[in-house]
Design a binder for this molecule. Structure first.
Ligand SMILES: NC(=O)c1ccc[n+]([C@@H]2O[C@H](COP(=O)([O-])OP(=O)(O)OC[C@H]3O[C@@H](n4cnc5c(N)ncnc54)[C@H](OP(=O)(O)O)[C@@H]3O)[C@@H](O)[C@H]2O)c1
Length: 318
């Protein structure tokens, strides 16, 4: 059996990816701190070997990479790498020891869009420490793959959605009250003209692309792929669509950013600004062509499933 070690496999993506891997016949080891449980129970988890390591602590004493190598993986999926130093430490330990190394990045490796849908080969101008570090990691991995033969692939998700957590909402932040307001016909405030974009992806489609990248090793190594739904949505279109699920017209008022910001909490404004400043709108053509990636969910289908879960929890009232 091919042994796959996933670092951070009990979160949003791992909830879907780990059962898919077990069903596909891989021997799976999940490395985490042992604090999180997958969002959805699945019998496949009985076949997963859990290994408890705190990456931050193990990196601090230089043992993380060697500990992962000592698990003797054929494939490593790294879900939780956020700094270049962290990536370098792991690659140094795994060089020559793995068949495939898959890194989970982000579409935040792009800054502002130029031509949309944005393709992977456009010049990238990230802003904010998260996107800057993620781009540094992706570029380092591509260099290692193309110059040194290290078998790396970087997969870049958009806003990950699924039942079990709050989806990014039509105001561009995570307060689920926006869904209740749309469901009840109450007013929702959109920044600017409501024409900025967000680009979701269902967690199961993120899982799908990891599987497809592993299956299409020749096309995947040394390459980066956007991992998003087939189409981004505007905030206005998103609000209108959510309202329509409840038989309503969206009661939307657009405000210039300073006025919008003044009417929201600091936390909401911080997330909304980050999302509208990026306004991602990414192409999946490369992943479709080279990996056979076929997302099962549109953005709206993915969010619909998440909102149904919020309603069932009593978080969103209709
Ligand atoms: N969320 C989004 O919308 C989004 C969008 C684009 C890209 N991404 C990327 O997606 C990746 C995250 O994937 P996810 O959303 O599936 O993960 P997640 O839901 O945040 O779960 C994190 C996983 O990592 C483990 N973990 C956290 N800290 C750890 C540590 N110090 N040592 C060992 N394990 C640790 C957690 O388990 P324990 O807590 O038990 O350790 C859990 O299994 C990141 O690379 C992020 O940049 C996310």
């Amino acid at each position: 059996m091919t042994h796959l070690v996933i670092i951070g496999g009990s979160g949003h993506v791992g909830t879907y990816l780990v059962p898919r891997l077990i069903e596909a016949g891989y021997q799976v080891t999940n490395v985490s701190r042992g604090q999180r449980q997958p969002y959805t129970p699945h019998a496949a988890w009985n076949s997963v070997r859990p290994v408890v390591i705190d990456r931050a602590a193990a990196e601090a004493d230089g043992t993380f990479g060697p500990q992962i190598r000592d698990l003797r993986p054929d494939i490593v999926v790294d879900m939780v790498c956020f700094t270049l130093a962290s990536a370098q430490h792991l690659v140094d330990a795994l060089r020559g020891h793995v068949q495939h190394f898959l890194h989970c990045g982000t579409v935040w490796t792009h800054g502002p869009s130029v031509q949309v849908p944005t393709t992977e080969d456009q010049p990238r101008r990230p802003f904010g420490e998260y996107g800057i570090q993620k781009l540094a990691i992706a570029e380092y991995l591509m260099d290692q793959a193309r110059r040194q033969g290290f078998p790396a692939t970087a997969l870049h998700p958009g806003h990950i959605v699924g039942p079990g957590w709050n989806p990014l909402n039509p105001e561009g932040h995570f307060n689920p009250v926006v869904f209740s307001r749309l469901a009840q016909g109450q007013e929702v405030l959109l920044p600017n003209l409501g024409m900025e974009t967000v680009h979701h992806v269902h967690a199961d489609d993120v899982a799908q692309i990891f599987i497809q990248a592993i299956r299409n090793w020749r096309n995947a190594v040394g390459e980066e792929f956007h991992t998003v739904s087939p189409a981004a949505v505007t905030l206005r279109g998103y609000a209108e669509t959510v309202a329509s699920w409840f038989g309503r017209e969206a009661n939307v008022r657009c405000l210039p950013w300073p006025e919008w910001k003044a009417q929201h909490s600091e936390n909401e404004a911080c997330f909304a600004w980050d999302h509208i400043a990026h306004s991602p709108n990414c192409s999946i053509a490369k992943a479709q062509r080279l990996l056979g990636y076929q997302p099962r969910y549109t953005s709206f289908q993915a969010v619909y499933e998440a909102v149904q879960w919020l309603i069932a929890q009593g978080t969103v009232s209709v």
